[in-house]
Design a protein around this ligand. Structure first.
Ligand code: 8Y7
Length: 257
């Protein structure tokens, strides 16, 4: 079980200092997560949270590429780029990322070929709809079956393009066009989903719902409960904000598994 630390390089994380301060802050945050035991750093320049609006390719490149370059110069840790844009994937691969983390499962034109022409890992995530509107009225006939079918189909597209199976992670996309019941059904069935699985539950809205409206900073204990659950259900990578707390919890759980 590996912990992937979340590194957001988005405007709310550099409100008052522009891109240069953002770069310094991002590197400092990454360094802290590495010291805390993160095995991978996931760099994102476009918020994919429910309700978020898209950014342009150039804006996203300006945010994330300098961070990838600086982290690769200063640290020896695998980097992941959280993007759904082929142009950002290409630039991030040139800058030396280990993984493409695509919440859109490489459905953009040319995305599969870009990954196939690299040696990088790929995380294929399921999302229903698009971030701006996906939480309005999510619907499934059978959420576990529907998402299993989707993930296996996207994996097959990658295999057909020549991407080796060892390079592919799958992710049901907790919170991406899913209500609480959908998320709970997926988490309960985690050990029945195709893998290897990467799971992101950290501070998500479902915890706010379960914890009577707790804001994101007060969802850490709930996040740990779900991280432990995911580990016990066999997930291989867990994507989190609270690296130290998660590494501690999973170290104890792994002694038992
Ligand atoms: C996930 C993710 C987000 C996730 C993968 C948030 C970018 C929303 N969630 N990527 N990204 N899986 N693979 O609350 O669950 O962190 S953004």
């Amino acid at each position: 079980m590996k912990v992937m630390g979340i590194l957001n390089v988005t405007p709310d994380s550099f409100a008052d200092g522009g891109l240069h301060l953002a770069l310094d802050k991002a590197c400092f945050h990454a360094e802290t997560m590495i010291k805390d035991g993160a095995a991978i750093i996931d760099i994102g320049g476009e918020s994919t949270r429910p309700g978020a609006s898209p950014v342009t390719v150039q804006e996203e490149l300006d945010r994330v590429i300098p961070v990838i370059e600086k982290l690769n110069q200063n640290f020896d840790i695998p980097l992941s780029i959280d993007t759904l844009k082929p142009a950002v994937m290409r630039a991030a691969l040139s800058a030396g990322v280990w993984m493409i983390n695509d919440v859109n499962a490489l459905q953009a034109d040319g995305a599969v070929e870009i990954v196939a022409n690299s040696n990088a890992m790929i995380c294929l995530m399921h999302m229903q709809g698009e971030p701006r509107t996906m939480q309005k009225a999510p619907h499934y006939d059978d959420v576990v079956q529907d998402i299993t079918k989707f993930l296996l189909a996207r994996k097959q597209v990658c295999l057909d393009a020549g991407i080796a199976p060892e390079r592919i992670f799958l992710d049901p996309g907790i919170g991406f066009g899913k209500n609480l019941d959908h998320n709970l059904a997926l988490l309960k069935a985690l050990d029945k989903l195709p893998g290897p699985l990467l799971i992101g539950v950290s501070r998500k809205a479902m915890l706010g719902t379960l914890l009577k409206g707790a804001p994101p900073q007060q969802r850490v204990s709930g996040s740990l409960a779900l991280a432990v659950w995911a580990a016990m259900k066999g997930a291989k990578i867990i994507r989190v904000h609270d690296v130290k707390e998660t590494v501690d919890a999973l170290t104890v759980i792994e002694a038992l598994l």
